[in-house]
Design a protein around this ligand. Structure first.
Ligand code: ADP
Ligand code: MG
Length: 700
């Protein structure tokens, strides 16, 4: 009889109610299956024995052969600790116990040869090992099972309550005994053969009890592949269902608006990337499935014109369109820019913000509902239920990461059919990551900047060089340029950060006095109207310097601004620095980015600053960011943390991810319902997974 892997962990011999509770609370292990899927963090070579004089201060766990030469008790604040001197032929160290001291005194003897195992700490001139695993050398030799010992994830509570790595290893062994290691294969023969994968039972055995390093590597590969394969499978199936079930508005024709604009009013030649992306969007809009597309393009790559031309496709088919921006400043700027483009075409366009007056608002609502208004631009205000369209055919969201999934879904309820959706982001998410995080979105990338842009010169300067920086600013202003100075504003540190901002503003005001110089200041505590006013003064060129917090981060376009100074640059994340830098370099002039820091820099900060100075490639910067911070933190991809991977790592295993996606796609192409007998293992696993771990709930 085979053991059901859904059996509660309490039933496993050696677990018992207390340990079962601990395993549940601290590791989330409820069933045999969960225990089996508790994959080790790392492995220790148990054929390697260290000498005491070989120990390094930052060693991981080591094992050492030696003898205890004496015990003593040492009084401490609460209770006492038991210390043993432990020697080999190269030196002496201490073993320390804070608990279970009686058992140790009763069972361990001086003069016997023991093998100890644990982490050695360096403390007042010698090494000590608290609570070592310890066995007689003779027992140790007869026990040695696997040359590589698995080290499992653990918590302080677990080790305090005696659920050590050894205990976990023992119950894992018990699980293999009870189940006889008979686990069901989950991948089809064809994939196994093509990729020369080891079987599921063999992989599970070797991940927990590796026979050789080679088998361990193959076990890891196979299990990572499997994990990613099933995630991709779920995402692709979801996407297919979406495309077949969710009908959208079809924009059959390319009409006068689009053609006239393209022929007569396009202000510049489109880049090849812009043309390609427009084709992709056109293809989606021309089909009867609802479009759900992510448009990625580095800052300044020209996403706005693509958005506008997509809206023209909607208007040509008689639909209304809207563009939602994350901040008031940005929506105003979009409104101004797009109004200019709309004018010669006779297109009606309005702006709706939180601050829009009631009388104006009434007119907008009316014209939206009767269809006179063709394009609506605005902030979140546009998502409110009382904003109703006659026939919203396309919704464009700028700077996706500022919007939650919830807000995106709000759009869907504005119509009988959901509008086509285009989300635009300047946060370059590496493609593989985007695939697994935004699995339900199709992705377009503008990977080319408009011709003739000069790369921005980026330098790192320490605070004590500030006078030189001021001098440089004066020279640039004398040339007619404008300058941003940005201060960090972190929520937890808000009060201090505002003080820094104000101090900075004051010192800049002293250095750049009126009437020769005019300075704008913009921060989050100002009223929206004041913010807009200050912003507008800068946009119009009435002020030469803009002192701001990160509110200017997204989208703002002032081509005459050629210098970006970032204060306390070490406190910004890489993608944020890159976004900020993207505010300059939009005109014909050479632009500069100056990263100001103090001398105290962490290693990560140094890496960030060096990366900024070296590279202007958003994708390269995103890759470094990902390595420094891990996918969970990457701006706009918080969902990736929810993927909750057991063994694979989206960043490190991106090759396996791509491979798994390729196989999942091909299998679904030939057998979309997984009905063929060859795919029965997949179908079975897939159903099983959907039952216990429903990916649909947390990715959308
Ligand atoms: P982003 O992708 O950051 O939103 P924008 O759409 O604001 O970038 O474009 C940045 C600037 O580049 C704008 O001033 C825009 O008019 C200009 N631009 C866009 N596409 C082109 C192009 N193909 N050739 C020249 N300039 C362009
Ligand atoms: Mg933009």
């Amino acid at each position: 009889m085979s053991v059901n892997l859904q059996t509660p962990i309490d039933y496993l011999k050696g677990v018992g109610p207390n340990r079962a509770d601990l395993l549940r609370s601290d590791l989330g292990i409820q069933t045999y299956q969960d225990l089996l899927n508790l994959f080790p963090n790392r492995y220790i070579d148990r054929t390697r024995y260290y000498k005491i004089n070989e120990l390094q201060r930052n060693n991981a766990e080591v094992q050492i052969i030696g003898k205890i030469t004496g015990f003593r008790e040492v009084a401490q604040k609460r209770g006492k600790r038991l210390v043993a001197d432990f020697r080999d032929d190269t030196g002496m160290m201490e073993l320390v116990w804070f608990r279970g001291q009686k058992w140790i005194r009763d069972n361990l003897k001086t003069g016997q040869t023991y093998v100890i195992f644990g982490k050695a700490n360096w403390f007042s001139g010698k090494f000590n090992m608290p609570h070592p695993e310890i066995e007689l050398q003779s027992e140790h030799e007869s026990n040695l099972r696997s040359a590589m010992q698995a080290i499992y994830p653990s918590t302080e509570k677990l080790s305090n309550k005696g659920v050590t790595n050894k205990v976990v290893t023992n119950i894992m062994q018990q699980l293999f005994l009870e189940t006889k290691g008979r686990f069901v294969e989950t991948l089809p023969d064809s994939v196994m053969a093509e990729l020369k994968l080891i079987s599921k039972p063999e992989a599970l055995f070797n991940i927990h009890f590796p026979k050789t390093p080679e088998l361990l590597a193959r076990a890891q590969f196979r299990l990572k592949f499997e994990e990613l394969f099933y995630i991709q499978l779920q995402l692709i199936i979801k996407n297919l269902i979406h495309k077949s079930k969710i009908k959208g508005f079809t924009f059959d024709k390319v009409g006068d608006y689009f053609n006239t604009f393209y022929k007569d009013h396009l202000p510049f030649e489109l880049t090849n990337a812009q043309k390609r992306v427009l084709k992709e969007i056109r293809h989606d809009l021309g089909s009867n499935a609802q479009m759900n597309r992510l448009l990625q393009g580095d800052v300044g790559s020209g996403k706005t014109i693509v958005a506008f031309m997509s809206m023209l496709m909607g208007l040509d088919n008689g639909y209304q369109c809207c563009l939602i921006a994350p901040t008031a400043i940005l929506s105003v700027q979009h409104y101004q820019g797009l109004s200019d483009l709309c004018k010669p075409l006779g297109i009606s366009v309005s702006l709706l913000q939180g601050s829009t007056k009631a009388s104006e608002r009434r007119i907008i609502h009316e014209n939206l509902e009767n269809g006179n208004l063709q394009i609506l631009i605005g902030t979140h205000a546009l998502l409110e239920d009382k904003v109703k369209f006659k026939n919203l055919g396309l919704a464009i969201i700028d700077e996706q990461h500022r919007f939650g999934v919830k807000q995106r879904s709000k759009l869907w309820h504005k119509n009988t059919l959901p509008p086509n959706v285009l989300v635009m982001t300047a946060t370059p998410i590496p493609r593989t990551l985007a695939m697994s995080v935004y699995g339900d979105l199709d992705i377009s990338v503008i990977d080319e900047l408009p011709a003739g842009r000069k790369p921005i010169k980026t330098v790192h300067r320490f605070d004590n060089n500030r006078l030189k920086v001021f001098k440089f600013m004066k020279d640039e202003i004398a040339l007619g340029r404008q300058i941003y100075i940005v201060y960090p504003l972190i929520q937890e540190n808000e009060t201090m950060d505002y003080k820094d901002l104000m101090d900075g503003y004051e010192s800049v005001s002293r250095e750049f006095p009126m009437p020769d110089y005019q300075i704008s200041i913009v921060h989050g505590k100002m009223k929206p109207a004041d913010k807009d006013y200050e912003m507008q003064r800068f946009v119009k060129g009435e002020t030469q310097i803009m002192v701001a917090t990160t509110v200017i981060e997204v989208g703002v376009n002032v081509p005459n601004a050629s210098v970006m100074i970032i204060e306390s640059a070490e406190r910004f994340g890489l993608s944020q620095l890159h976004q900020l830098r993207g505010r300059v370099g939009r005109g014909a002039e050479q632009s500069y980015c100056i990263l100001m820091t103090s001398h105290k820099l962490s290693q990560d900060s140094k890496t960030r600053l060096e990366t900024m100075v070296r590279s202007s490639d958003g994708f390269e910067i995103a890759e470094v960011d990902l390595k420094l911070r891990g996918p969970g933190d990457l701006m706009g991809t918080q969902q990736s943390g929810v993927l909750n991977l057991r063994i694979a790592d989206i960043v490190k295993d991106k090759d396996i991810l791509e491979q798994s996606r390729y196989y999942a796609k091909n299998i679904l192409k030939i057998d979309p319902s997984l009905a063929s007998p060859e795919h029965s293992a997949i179908l079975h696993t897939y159903k099983q997974m959907s039952k216990y771990r429903n990916i649909w709930n947390y990715i959308s």
